[in-house]
Design a protein around this ligand. Structure first.
Ligand code: ATP
Ligand code: MG
Length: 431
């Protein structure tokens, strides 16, 4: 059983003593009921931001315009937000306007899903006005209020619904899923960074295969053109959309019957044995794309350059068989960082049951040989080549591009056979 941390209890106690209501709210209440460790503890209160600031020594105005004050306890910060009703959302996180309310229920009503719209404090116990406990028990993601309205207010909620479904292994309730299909085009208005954060959380969840829902609900084309192109053939929004998306709803093809996952999935398996690092999960997901497509998708979604280049390299190398022979392995190892090479082997191993271009024996052999290559300290890059640019120029190669090309050719010889990595052999070869 997860308990409310002492500083959180103290903050709530302090607010109560001064006559204000205060509760923990949202994700932490959901996670507590699921016996999961909450990521953060959010507090909601009837006190206005100025009143919160008067009660605590150290506060930071982290989101004062939205009613949020961070109360510092030691090095930890706890967000305390005044009960509020929201205007329209501009970026999925921050509404354009907020109005404070003295009423907890009003605050809970603005929240996205029933399981995220519960509050708790010791004196009152759980406040659950929208059936969140029941939906948690049944494993259902359901909008608070009218789904069409809620997704129209903030289209990011569309991706949040799918992301929570993947993190918790929950089904999306039928009317909520239907509204997702209808409001899908609004996702085009959501910032790519916010879309990326949700997709990354989805891929790094316990059910990454649920990214299929992004295609099956018809939102993939609003994520990015290339994203849609990769696995979207025959999906909603394309000319050959399958029957069960034609709008005729029967009991069998009702989206809720299978969480919207009915019909064949073009998404390759993403085994959860793959560690939850974003470059690994993205690479597994994008492995049937071309490296250029992978690059474009991640660029569109504003991922950091480091992740983009790692994923592109992994997608490229996942598609090519690793030849279990030292020269071929040295060539691959010379192209990428040691850590990324290890990632490549781990990925290929995790994907073995789902089809990779090599056999399990090849992979085991490759792993053993790469271990030897490292232990023996075989030359894998220009840094450890026995001759430098200077030597090449002394041997008569004109300064400029030719020097680099010559060094690359010499490295190629050494990758083939590391015993060639001596000044004598390489200078001899230059002549
Ligand atoms: P996580 O585990 O990802 O932190 P969370 O539920 O805590 O999940 P947050 O983004 O931290 O999600 O938001 C905290 C709470 O604020 C949510 O539980 C929900 O009640 C509310 N909320 C967040 N984003 C939205 C939104 N776009 N629309 C409506 N309510 C939202
Ligand atoms: Mg949270």
């Amino acid at each position: 059983e997860i308990r409310v941390p002492a500083p959180v209890e103290r903050i709530i106690g302090q607010l109560n003593e001064h006559g204000y209501e205060a509760y923990i709210v949202g994700g932490c209440v959901r996670d507590m009921l699921l016996n999961r460790e909450p990521g953060d503890w959010d507090i909601t209160t009837s006190a206005l931001p100025g009143q919160v600031k008067e009660l605590f020594h150290r506060t930071v105005d982290t989101g004062i315009q939205h009613g949020t004050v961070t109360v510092m306890v030691g090095k930890e910060g706890y967000e305390v937000t005044t009960f509020r009703v929201d205007g329209e959302y501009e970026d999925g996180r921050h509404p354009k306007s907020v109005a404070f309310t003295p009423n907890l229920t009003e605050d809970l009503k603005r929240r996205d899903f029933t399981i995220n719209a519960m509050a708790y404090n010791k004196a009152t116990g759980f406040v659950d006005e929208f059936g969140g406990v029941e939906d948690l028990r049944r494993g259902i993601i359901r909008c608070v209020g009218e789904p069409m309205d809620r997704f129209t207010e903030d289209a990011l909620r569309i991706l949040r619904a799918i992301r929570f479904s993947a993190q918790l292994g929950f089904e999306i309730e039928e009317r909520t899923l239907e509204a997702i299909r209808v409001i899908a085009p609004n996702l085009a208005k959501v910032s790519k960074e916010r879309v990326q954060v949700e997709l990354t959380k989805l891929l790094c969840s316990a059910h990454p295969e649920r990214i299929a829902l992004v295609y099956k609900t018809g939102i993939s084309m609003y994520v990015s053109g290339t994203f849609h192109e990769i696995y979207g053939a025959g999906m909603p929004g394309t000319v050959n959309a399958p029957e069960d998306y034609s709008g005729v709803r029967t009991e069998e093809n009702s989206p809720a019957a299978s969480g919207g996952l009915s019909g064949p999935s073009p998404i390759p398996a993403i085994p959860v044995s793959i560690p939850t690092q974003k470059h690994l999960r993205w690479a597994a997901f994008l492995r049937n794309a071309t490296p250029d497509q992978a690059f474009t998708v991640l660029k569109d979604l504003k991922l950091d350059n480091d992740t983009i280049s790692r994923v592109k390299t992994l997608v490229d190398l996942l598609g090519q068989p690793l030849t279990p022979e030292k020269p071929a392995l040295r060539r691959v190892m010379s192209r990428i960082e040691p850590a990324l090479y290890d990632d490549l082997l781990d990925l290929k191993e995790a994907l073995l049951p789902f089809g990779v271009p090599e056999t399990g024996d090849d992979l085991r052999r490759a792993r053993a040989l790469s271990g030897e290559i490292r232990r023996d300290g075989d030359c894998l890059d220009l840094k450890s080549l026995a001759v430098k640019g200077r030597d090449v120029m002394d041997a008569g190669v004109k300064p400029g591009k030719a020097v680099g090309e010559t060094l690359a050719a010499l490295l190629e010889l050494v990758l083939e056979d590391p015993s060639r990595n001596t000044r004598d052999y390489l200078l001899q070869h230059l002549k």
